[in-house]
Design a protein around this ligand. Sequence first.
Ligand SMILES: *Cc1c(COP(=O)(O)O)cnc(C)c1O
Length: 429
Amino acid sequence: MKYYSLNNKLQKISFQEAVIHGLASDKGLYFPEEITPLAASFFDEIENLSNEEIAYQVIQQFVGNEIPELELKAIIKETLCFDFPVVSVEENIYSLELYHGPTMAFKDVGARFMSRCLGYFNKNNNKQVTVLVATSGDTGGAVASGFLGVKNLEVIILYPSGKVSDIQERQLTTLGQNITALEIDGVFDDCQDMVKKAFLDKSLSHKNLTSANSINIARWLPQMFYFFFAYKQLKSKNKSLVFSCPSGNFGNICAGIMAKKLGLPVEHFVASTNANDTVPRFLENGQYDPKPSVSTISNAMDVGNPSNFVRIQELYNNDLEMIKKDFSSYSFTDIETKSALKEIFKTNGYITEPHGAIGYLGLKKEMNSHTNSIGVFLETAHPIKFLDIVENSINLKLEMPNQIMSVMNKEKASIKLKTYDEFRNFITN
Ligand SMILES: *Cc1c(COP(=O)(O)O)cnc(C)c1O
């Protein structure tokens, strides 16, 4: 499969090159040249297929012949080593729990898939590759865990100082080995800007830099799996589906729309955001006007200029009216988020966390116009990762899962940086 840069459709490269480069040299995101819908028979028998079989069918065309069948199946097997349950919350409202992986964040899937693809491509040479990743919260931990110990890979994680939760910080600063955490004096957008700048910096071109943010196709595309797994579990209800994704960089929801392009029957998508409302404003007034990100309690979504939105526009040929037919986007405040968290627990006994609660709010708003459908919100992190907010909102002590226990008593190790020059010097040395 070939990929083109969204800034220049004539410049096409392979899956392997797109995974290794992350971003095109003209700053464009890579996009698959073709998207071929899956056979009707696949959807007819999806409930009889294992998650691994589904994932292979879904991703195969995007990898093409660049990873042989057996190797790709092995990568998928290692990627999907946990469950993706759909849990009933209230009548016709379900939570798709994506947090049962090693770092209890949905990004585990993308990070594990990408690290193993890179590992496969690197198997036969001794080139040192440096993976740069900016994180607003959960990406860092998932990437650190997914890439830990992979040969010839050096991982540098940039996170905004004081703007990630205690557990998130421990997950990305306590692993050691090939993982280094840089604590940036700034917000997430500053971290992301530094990473983007490094890729375009000629003085670093000898370093084999790549990204592990959701702009990388190997992180972005496997997120399609979730939507198929949800469909598999809800198919017998015979109702159309509305999905709501708590959205920050818009990679997850864009993967959902890709799933629809592959033939998955989805009636509508909702991108639910916190106060960082660039996309909801765009849908309302047609002006794409990104703003610097603001801090919220759903910090993994504190993104002022969502990278993947251009991919959604590409999927709809930049036609805003077409986008609006399939897709809505709503923004919620921290106060609304906390009160939803409380309310969902009080009424249904179900524990969410700020990201999932925003997904729930967006879903409920949209369901008013889909009364015969089933709504699914994606619960993207385990409540324990937002311990203080969740415990204060629902007045209950949460139990600490094993995955989290294991990082809580380790020592944090990070390096504090402020400017791009300091960052470049760090990479060079
Ligand atoms: C990354 C993240 C999101 C946002 O996902 P995008 O693909 O960036 O829109 C939502 N919730 C959590 C917990 C996350 O870590």
